[in-house]
Ligand binder design. Structure first.
Ligand SMILES: Cc1cc2nc3c(=O)[nH]c(=O)nc-3n(C[C@H](O)[C@H](O)[C@H](O)COP(=O)(O)OP(=O)(O)OC[C@H]3O[C@@H](n4cnc5c(N)ncnc54)[C@H](O)[C@@H]3O)c2cc1C
Length: 397
């Protein structure tokens, strides 16, 4: 996604400046990975996935798409070697290799029927499985695990969602919000098992059961691992670039080597790798400007937000949603309506928000967090949303 955004932005800024070769190891044109959850849930079709129609690629003669896997980079020769033996020379190189889903290294993880949720191909396999009414154990109660469980249950699978922590999405939600999400999943017939460590997967050639460390055995014909992602940085590391968790880049998105860049989930900026598309796109925009001659374009990370929709229940979380010392919280809740709003305030500024049930004002709250807007003039109306915060310049924005 980051690479497509980069070439699109370069095309808009200065189309004839570069002859661009886009190397990708997934089949077909680049697609909107974010929509895979909606595809799984049946809310969009596969035809909705491509980021750009074939006609767009055809109308960009400076862009050449090469289907293949890059296996090594020679920084001295300035070339990329592909798995099939081809070599692509470059003057400037951009890594936009994203992440891979982590496969938990537990016994049985290599059995047939163990899946991850990262690509269109993964999604098609999981959709088929769900339609056959399979019993599925999903490991990981973060955003992706919840979306996998929800989509598969909606398509007919019998789903158990297993999570290590004491609440779902603990990195985005507090206990109250997480329990509303859990209830929404349970209403769909999904069993949610918390505080559960997956120990091993058993089966004769294929998955038959998932064993938890507390002795419980969950019968399942398939296991989906949604236990996090790892930046694809091995090729960069082998080439000799500075790599920590991701490929280390400056605020100009340049790696430890001049004219070699990294953007998106594979890049590590100020010690952080992103896992969302918004920062990946922001990095692509900055790099496009740099590559088109703007030497001062700088990527500055900003507060990110998570969004989710489970069975019609929208969820939003941003910033410091837990609060803590020096903070106070504004709460608005009605459990009978599955409605929960928590706004965390510190030193007169909104620093975090969790919304469940009504996320209409999510963008407003995120703007207040990002722009560090003093909330004193409209604090009493803040919980009710933008319409109750009569600050002219905010309303006009
Ligand atoms: C199911 C799902 C739902 C998501 N939902 C959301 C959401 O709601 N909101 C959100 O912000 N984000 C979401 N994300 C995350 C979002 O998709 C990513 O943040 C985004 O795709 C990152 O873009 P990227 O370009 O860094 O990586 P990618 O989009 O993964 O692109 C990297 C590409 O490089 C290819 N590649 C890797 N190594 C090589 C190699 N050596 N040679 C050739 N090609 C290679 C990969 O196969 C891949 O096609 C979701 C992700 C998934 C899987």
């Amino acid at each position: 996604m980051a690479a497509t955004r980069l070439v699109e932005t370069i095309e808009a800024l200065d189309p004839a400046r570069y002859a661009i070769t886009l190397i990708g190891d997934e089949p077909g044109y680049s697609y909107n990975r974010v929509l895979l959850s909606s595809l799984m849930a049946g809310d969009v079709a596969a035809a909705d996935l491509p980021l750009k129609p074939p006609s767009w690629w055809a109308s960009a003669p400076h862009i050449r798409i090469v289907a293949g896997q890059a296996v090594s980079v020679d920084l001295e020769r300035q070339s990329v070697d592909l798995a099939d033996g081809r070599t692509v020379p470059y003057a400037r190189l951009v890594f936009a290799t994203g992440s891979s889903a982590i496969r938990l290294p537990i016994p049985g993880a290599d059995l047939a029927g163990v899946h991850v949720f990262r690509t269109h191909a993964d999604t098609e396999r999981m959709m088929e499985l769900a339609a056959s009414g399979a019993r599925v154990a999903v490991i990981g109660g973060g955003l992706l695990g919840i979306e996998a469980a929800y989509g598969m249950a909606k398509r007919g699978a019998e789903v158990t969602l297993i999570h290590l922590m004491d609440r779902l999405m603990e990195r985005q939600l507090d206990h109250e919000a997480a329990s509303l999400v859990q209830s929404a999943l349970e209403k769909l017939g999904i069993e949610v098992v918390l505080n559960a460590q997956s120990e091993r997967i058993s089966g004769h050639g294929a998955v038959e059961a998932l064993h938890l460390s507390n002795g419980r055995v969950i019968k399942a014909g398939a296991v989906v691992m949604a236990a996090g992602i790892r930046p694809n940085s091995a090729v960069a590391k082998a080439a000799g670039l500075a790599v920590n968790r991701g490929i280390i880049v400056s605020e100009g998105l340049e790696t430890s080597r001049k004219d070699v860049y990294a953007i998106g989930e594979c890049a590590e900026v100020q010690g952080e790798c992103c896992g969302l598309v918004e920062p990946a796109y922001a990095q692509a925009d900055i790099l496009a400007r740099r590559l088109c001659g703007n030497d001062t374009a700088t990527y500055v990370p900003s507060a990110t937000a998570a969004k989710l929709k489970v069975s019609g229940l929208p969820v939003f979380s941003a910033g410091n949603f837990l609060g803590g010392e020096g903070t106070s919280a504004i709460l608005l809740t009605d459990k009978t309506q599955s409605l929960y709003k928590k706004l965390v305030v510190r030193d007169g500024l909104l620093v975090g928000a969790v919304l469940v049930g009504d996320t209409a004002d999510a963008a407003f709250y995120l703007r207040l967090i990002r722009e560090c807007t003093p909330i004193a003039p409209f604090r009493s109306g803040l919980a009710f949303g933008e319409a109750y915060c009569a600050v002219p310049d905010l309303l006009a924005a």
